[in-house]
Every structure is written in structure tokens, then in C-alpha cells.
Design a protein around this ligand. Sequence first.
Ligand SMILES: [Zn+2]
Length: 86
Amino acid sequence: MGTPRDRPGFAPQTKAPDMAVQQNKVSKSRRNNRRAHDSLVAANPNECTNCGELKRPHHICAACGHYDDNEVVALTEEIDLEDDAA
Ligand SMILES: [Zn+2]
């Protein structure tokens, strides 16, 4: 008792369902609680202290490879892929 199967007029499905059907209604409270963390947060870029380019906080500068005034990633000259130096 208590399940939909026990209600009068319940007919078992004779063919396979073609889509998923939720078992229980999601209340407005539960739905809104789920969506409480869905809002997007605006990016908050900082200026690189070395080159002034906007960069993500606590990340290496993509433009010059510096972090905290130290060169962490050395940037190379443009690599010529056409050159057959093998
Ligand atoms: Zn930089």
C-alpha cells in the first residue's frame, strides 16, 4: 500500500517507455535549493605586475610567463614548422 501500483486504475506498461519518467515530484524548495549554486560568477582578472596584461589571479601570466615577478615559464621564439631541421 502507498505505492502507485496499489492505486485503482493502475495499469502496468505494456511496452517499453521511450523516455525517462521521474518517480517523484521535485518540490519548489528542493528545485530552488539545487539551483542555489547555479549562478555564474564574473571573472576577476588582475593586471600582470611584469607586463600589465590581464591575468587570472594565482595563475601564471599567459602573455609573459611571469608569476610573482619571477619568470616561471620561458617563452620561446615562434617555431617554424615548415623548416625541415631533422
Ligand atoms: Zn605578464
